[in-house]
Design a protein around this ligand. Structure first.
Ligand code: ZN
Length: 283
């Protein structure tokens, strides 16, 4: 199949109360593991690329891998640019063939966030590319998770409604208490806000910072309207550990062996998440 946008994929997930996994890849091996996992479970999937990863390899190689893998797959696959503040990078991805982009102007004042997201929509719409935007600040791995501080970063429901009514975005990422990286304590998820924002905006929500959340947290967030779940940190661990563990156990200087072990570790992690998100059999 050809690569497609997230629009129909997420609407369907929202309607039937499951979520599509968006898995951050690092190279061809990890991208293949994501696609093969989705294919094996007959699930739609989002190949997610960070700006850093795209700039590390260049636009053309990354899109070429995705196109080739999608052509040989039977499931719906989108390729999505994660958290991007730079409209030039977004334009380059659109020109190269990405089917979905995220504009992250969440650190800007509200009006500027709206203006930059609007600009992104104008760039993306003519090519039927889906757009994700963020409101509030999703706490990062370096930040201390103090409750008061975290509360201050949550998306305001009134602003969320205004944001989504002004902008025809396909996916909305309001800060609702999850964090990027590894959780230091028990995450405090603002379920009431997820529920209110999902209900009042009607837009499929993205759950960022998926790594480390419990099954119960996933089920609850997905039931409330999170139709996209981002998984990055868990795959970074699988990427490194899959390779290193094999080498430490076998000490054979045939790089294809640890690369194969890395692929298996990544694929297993992706399959585990797809099952958890309920998208198995939904391709
Ligand atoms: Zn994120």
């Amino acid at each position: 199949m050809t690569l497609q946008s997230m629009t129909a994929m997420l609407k369907r997930a929202q309607k039937y109360a499951y979520a599509v996994g968006a898995f951050n890849i690092l190279d061809y091996n990890s991208m293949k593991a994501v696609v093969d996992a989705a294919e094996e479970l007959h699930s739609p999937v989002i190949i997610q690329t960070s700006v850093k990863t795209v700039l590390f390899w260049g636009y053309e190689p990354v899109i070429a891998w995705a196109r080739q893998l999608a052509e040989n797959a039977t499931v719906s696959i989108a390729i999505h640019l994660d958290h991007c503040k730079d409209l030039k990078v977004i334009q380059n991805c659109i020109d190269a063939g990405w089917t979905s982009v995220m504009i992250d102007a969440s650190t800007m004042p509200f009006e500027e966030n709206i203006a930059l997201t609007q600009k992104t929509l104008e760039m993306a719409r003519p090519k039927n590319i889906s757009v994700e935007a963020e409101l509030g600040a999703i706490v990062g791995v370096e930040d201390d998770i103090h409750v008061k501080e975290q509360d201050a970063h949550l998306a305001d429901p009134e602003q969320a409604v205004q944001f989504c009514h002004t902008l025809a975005i396909d996916c909305f990422a309001p800060a609702i208490g999850t964090a990027h990286g590894v959780y230091k304590g028990e995450p405090r998820i603002a379920y009431h806000r997820i529920e209110e924002i999902a209900r009042r905006t009607g837009v499929p929500l993205a759950l960022h910072g998926g790594t480390g959340l419990s099954e119960d947290v996933f089920y609850r967030c997905i039931a409330l309207g999170c139709a996209k779940v981002n998984i990055s940190t868990q795959l970074k661990y699988a990427h490194i550990n899959g390779f290193v563990d094999y080498h430490l156990q076998n000490k054979v200087y045939n790089p294809l062996k640890p690369l194969q072990a890395q692929y298996e570790a990544l694929k297993a992690a992706v399959m585990e998440n797809i099952k958890l998100f309920g998208s198995e059999g939904k391709a």
